[in-house]
Design a protein around this ligand. Sequence first.
Ligand code: TGC
Ligand code: FAD
Length: 392
Amino acid sequence: MKPDLFQAPDYYLLDELLTDEQKMVRDAAREWVKREVSPIIEDYAQKAEFPKQIIQGLADIGAFGPYIPEEYGGAGLDQISYGLIMQEIERGDSGVRSTASVQSSLVMYPIWKYGNEEQRNKYLPKLASGEFMGCFGLTEPDYGSNPGGMVTNFKDKGDHYLLNGAKMWISNAPFADIAVVWAKDETGRIHGLIVERGMEGFSTPETHNKWSLRASATGELIFDNVKVPKENLLPNKSGLGAPLGCLDSARYGIAWGAIGAAMDCYDTALRYAKERVQFDKPIAATQLQQKKLAEMITEITKAQLLTWRLGVLRNEGRATSAQISMAKRNNVEMAINIAREARQILGGMGITGEYSIMRHMMNLESVITYEGTHDIHLLITGLDITGHAAFK
Ligand code: TGC
Ligand code: FAD
C-alpha cells in the first residue's frame, strides 16, 4: 500500500470552531492512525482478519468510552471530541471504527446508563483499557430493521435466568469477552443482559466470506440454555427504547466516521489527479475530473457543518434521535458516493489495494446498512416531520 500522505480538507476553516482540547484529541488520533493503522490495514482486510494488536492503541487514544466519565476509566471528553476520534479512525478503516463504536456506544454506554454501580465498576474500567472487549446483540436472523419482534428470550429460574435464542451480524462477536444481549422476559418486555464468554451454552461462530468490513470480525451469538446470573441483568431501563438509546450514540459516531472515509477518498483522488498525466496534462486540469473533485469537497464541507452542529446540540443535551438519523443517513450516502467517484478518478489503479478507496467503498456498503438502514433513517425523518410512522 502507498505511504499515508493524508491531508485533511478544511474548506470552511472549521478548525476555528474547535477548542484546543478537541484539536489535540483529533490530532493524536490522526497521528496514531497514520502510524499504526495505515501501514497494516490493507493486509488485514485482504486476510479478512481483525488486527488485534491495535486494541491497546485504540484504548490509549481514548477511543473506548471517549465520553464515559473518568471515574469509570473513560476519557471524560465532550461529544465533538468523541466524533472527531471516530472521524479519524474511520479515515483509516470503517471496520476499526466499528470496533471502537461497539465498545463505546453499544457496550460501555448501556452499562453506564442502564447498569448499577457494581456493574459499572466491574466492567467499565476493563472495557476502557481494552482488557475486556465487548459486543452488542440486537439483530436476529428474522428481525433486523424490526428488532422489536425479537424471539431471543429468558426465563426466571429462581437463582438465575435461562437464556435461549440467536443473534446474527454481531461486530466483535468472535473475540468479545462479554456481550450486551437484548432479550424478552416471560411477559415479552425487552431487557439487556451481560453474557460472558465461557458461560455454558454460549457460542460465537464467525461469519465468513464478507466483501465488506473485512478487517472487522463479525459473528453470531448462540444461546442454548445459557444460565445467566441474576446480577447480570441491566436494571435501570427496559423496553425497545433501551437498545435504541444506545444506537443514538453509535449512529452519531458513524455520522462523524463517514466524513473520515470521505475525506480519505477525496484527498487520495485529488493527489492522484494532480499527478496523473494523460493527453499531456494532469487529469486534474480536465473539467470532468474537476467537477467530481469540486462536488466532493462541497459535500464533505456540508457534512462537516451538519455534524459539528449536531455535536453542539449533543453537548447541550438537545439533539433528537431524528436529527441523528438525518446526519447518519446523509453522511454515509455522501461518503459512499465520494468513494465511487474517487475510485473512477484513479482509473484501473482505483481497484487495487495500493490505494484505500476500494476498501472504503466496500466498507461503506455495511455502514449504509447497519445501525439502521438508509431506508429506515429516511422513514424516521418522515415520521418526525409528518407524525405518521410508515414502517408498519
Ligand atoms: P417504536 O415504537 O418507534 O419505539 C419503541 C420505543 O423506543 C423508543 N425509541 C427510541 N428511544 C431512544 N432512541 C431512539 N432512537 C428511539 N427510537 C424509538 C420509542 O419512543 C418507544 O419508546 P416507548 O417508551 O414508547 O416504548 O419502535 P418500532 O418497533 O416502530 O421501530 C422503530 C424503528 C424502525 C425506528 C427502530 O426499530 C429502528 O431503529 N430499527 C433499526 C434497527 C437498527 O438500527 N439496528 C441496529 C442494530 S446494532 C448495529 O447495527 C451495530 S453495527 C455496529 C458497528 O459495527 O458499528
Ligand atoms: P432487513 O431489515 O431485512 O432489510 C432489508 C431491506 O428492506 C433493507 O433495504 C431495508 O431498508 C428494507 N426495509 C426493511 N423494513 C422496511 C420498511 N418498513 N419499509 C421499507 N423498507 C424496509 N447488529 C447488531 O445487533 N449488532 C452488531 O454489532 C451488528 N453489526 C453488524 C455488522 C455488519 C457488517 C452488518 C452488515 C450488520 C451488522 N448488524 C449488527 C446488523 C444490522 O444492524 C442489520 O443488518 C440492519 O439493521 C438491517 O437488518 P437486516 O440486515 O435484517 O435487513
